[in-house]
Design a protein around this ligand. Structure first.
Ligand code: CO8
Length: 258
């Protein structure tokens, strides 16, 4: 049983709700480890094909790492807290099951960084994004300097990180930080609709697609293409791919998740 998370599972979708209402869902080390464990459990859970992460309440997704906890830390503690938070973001980013961030309010600092590790970001109209670490004399420590430039480009990432500016959901959409902006009431349904579409498709094909896209950042075009074609060919030894191809030829809907 988790102290800071609500967990819901239905129709192949696992929803993780970060719930720390007295601190705008800020992440202390307990919340970090609960989130890592829960995402890992859902990755291992055969009933689940898509994961959604959101914050409880109507104000905050996650307002960052816990500033009161960081105030008490020395460099050694900060290294530990930084590393466990980064590991949490890697569990999310490397998940073979797509992780959707349903950003329902403030996504600041570590909260923005959790969303950056997700494969798809959907925001409600009231969401606010930012990396305000420099205002605290800090830098982003859970992947913000690494993932934000890959998503929005270096120029915009530089400005966001060194000004600490907070931006609206609309602005986040304009710069490509979020895929969709919807009302707060529509947020969860929109994420579940995207999830349902994904669940119609082959789970190995989904995992390999995400893996190829992720790997492409560190590879030359030739190496990336080689990685892609091997992954493509590998699928032909799988039942899933036989089912997908046969279903088309037989004019029926593929059943990838019997
Ligand atoms: N940490 C701890 N407590 C927080 C945090 C936080 N990040 N954010 C909000 N709270 C607490 C407030 O202290 C307050 O508690 P209390 O009632 O006991 O005073 C309660 O939540 C409600 O907050 P507010 O009264 O401030 O609510 P407002 O609606 O006025 O403001 C904001 C909401 C704008 C979200 C505001 O709370 C705020 O600015 N929060 C801090 C945002 C921030 O700077 N986040 C970045 C933190 S740094 C970070 O995330 C680093 C990540 C990498 C870590 C690497 C580890 C080494």
């Amino acid at each position: 049983i988790m102290k800071y998370l609500f967990i819901e599972k239905s129709d192949g979708i696992g929803v993780i709700i970060i719930n720390r209402p007295d601190a705008m869902n800020a992440m202390n080390s307990d919340v970090v480890s609960e989130l890592s464990i829960t995402v890992s459990d859902m990755i291992a859970d055969k009933e689940i094909g898509v994961i959604i992460i959101t914050g409880s309440g109507e104000k905050a997704f996650v307002a960052g790492a816990d500033i009161k906890a960081m105030q008490q830390m020395n460099a050694e503690d900060a290294l530990e807290f930084g590393k466990t938070g980064q590991e949490m973001t890697l569990v999310i980013e490397n998940s073979p099951k797509p992780v959707i961030a349903a950003v329902n309010g403030f996504a600041l600092g570590g909260g923005c960084e959790i969303s950056l590790a997700c494969h798809i970001r959907v925001a409600s109209e009231n969401a606010i994004f930012g990396q305000p670490e420099v205002l605290l004399g800090l830098i982003p420590g859970w992947g913000g300097t690494q993932r934000l430039p890959k998503i929005v480009g270096t120029g915009i990432a530089n400005e966001l990180i060194i000004t600490g500016n907070q931006i609206s959901a609309q602005e986040a959409h304009r710069i490509g930080l979020v895929n969709h902006v919807v009302t707060q009431t529509e947020l969860m349904d929109t994420c579940k609709e995207i999830g349902k579409k994904i669940l119609n498709n082959g789970p190995n094909a989904i995992a390999k697609s995400l893996n190829c896209i992720h790997e492409s950042f560190d590879k030359s075009i030739e190496d990336g293409l080689e990685f892609e074609v091997k992954a493509f060919a590998n699928l032909f030894s799988r039942e899933e791919t036989k089912e997908g191809l046969s279903a088309f030829v037989e004019k029926r809907k593929a059943n990838f998740r019997p």
